[in-house]
Design a protein around this ligand. Structure first.
Ligand SMILES: C[S@@+](CC[C@H](N)C(=O)[O-])C[C@H]1O[C@@H](n2cnc3c(N)ncnc32)[C@H](O)[C@@H]1O
Length: 331
């Protein structure tokens, strides 16, 4: 007696016991999974090897595939107004949070940064400015008797590429959304960033970079939009050099009940309205508010970072926990 599997039609499979009785071949179906038992959708999923799983898009439960598509649409839709909306929604405070991230990062000349989910480039621009100002300060300290350099000295240092270049510092802005990167590139031109910056389309869950490539991995207001957070964290770990640092700036949990109530009222009642008035897009900003509530709190996220293999993981709350900076090291 033998068992055989037969894919007898395009949508299913059957398992038969085959045996010979009185010289004739008999076949008894043991399992017959065909159209009757499986829908066409189940079969497609079986063939592609992945049972479709559900996740959250804000407060809605959607398939993982749908979440990725809808997140893409959100940022495609808001890209042109993204920076104006950030200022309007946070009353400019997002600038201070981003400055705080750079303060914690404290990069030095020569650092290679991967700014994941980097969008329109805010973190990378700050990074380059920070590194260049560090370098200028060092050059000034090294100058004889701290004299202000002459015009000839300044011009000579630019010609030799020694001043204002960040001394080899590089920021790679990587984002899944081409539209966000397009706006970012234009901003870079407008702000006069011509060196030390590159723009790459890529998914945080499957980064298009070699292992051990970067000194710092940053992700600002990006990770809660990623479908598989654990996978993105593992990718962060993979692309960092040993000794490299992971830094994440993300909305988090407010612990003070009064502040929490105020914050909830402000974000649920006002942010979608601002989104509609400024960007003509209520739904995207409603998603933004809901996705913040869905994201793990400070301690839960810290545990996820540790699970990905990072050491010395810690976080700092900003604005009472509205936002937190998480940091960890790859050893
Ligand atoms: C709220 S914006 C943050 C942009 C920028 N980091 C900042 O702080 O202004 C979130 C960004 O995450 C990007 N994003 C979402 N899912 C992503 C993924 N799986 N991989 C890479 N980027 C992603 C979006 O395209 C968007 O540009």
């Amino acid at each position: 007696m033998a068992a055989s599997i037969r894919s007898s039609c395009s949508r299913g499979f059957s398992v038969y016991w085959t045996f010979f009785f009185s010289g004739s071949k008999c076949r008894i179906p043991v399992v017959d999974v065909r159209e009757s038992a499986w829908s066409a959708v189940s079969w497609r999923r079986y063939k592609s090897g992945s049972e479709e799983r559900s996740t959250h898009f804000g407060f809605e439960t959607v398939s993982e595939e749908e979440k990725a598509e809808r997140v893409y649409q959100v940022f495609e839709s808001v890209a042109q107004k993204y920076d104006v909306m950030n200022d309007a929604m946070s009353l400019g405070v997002h600038r201070l949070w981003k400055d705080a991230l750079l303060h914690v990062m404290n990069p030095s000349p020569g650092t290679r940064l991967l700014d994941t989910a980097g969008g329109t480039g805010d973190i990378s621009f700050r990074f380059l400015e920070y590194v260049r100002s560090q370098e200028a300060r060092r050059a000034w300290r090294a100058a004889p008797s701290h004299q202000t350099p002459s015009w000839q000295q300044i011009s000579a240092s630019y010609q030799t590429g020694r001043l204002g270049t960040g001394d080899g510092a590089l920021a790679v802005v990587c984002d899944i959304n081409k539209q966000m990167l397009k706006v970012g590139r234009q901003r870079a031109v407008d702000l006069g960033f011509s060196t030390g910056l590159s723009w790459v389309v890529g998914n945080a869950e499957e980064l298009p970079f070699d292992d051990d490539s970067f000194d710092i991995y940053s992700i600002a207001f990006g990770i809660r939009n990623v479908t598989h957070i654990e996978q993105a964290l593992q990718e962060a770990h993979r692309v960092l050099k040993p000794g490299g640092r992971f830094l994440c700036l993300e909305f988090s949990r407010v612990s003070n009940p009064l502040l929490s109530r105020l914050y909830d009222t402000y974000s649920f009642q006002l942010i979608p309205v601002l989104g509609e008035v400024i960007a003509g897009d209520w739904k995207s900003y409603q998603y933004l508010v809901e996705s913040i509530r869905r994201f793990p709190d400070q301690e839960e996220f810290k545990a996820l970072i540790e699970d990905a293999g990072f050491y010395k993981v810690q976080f700092h709350n900003l604005t009472g926990g509205v936002v937190a900076i998480h940091s960890g090291f790859k050893l």
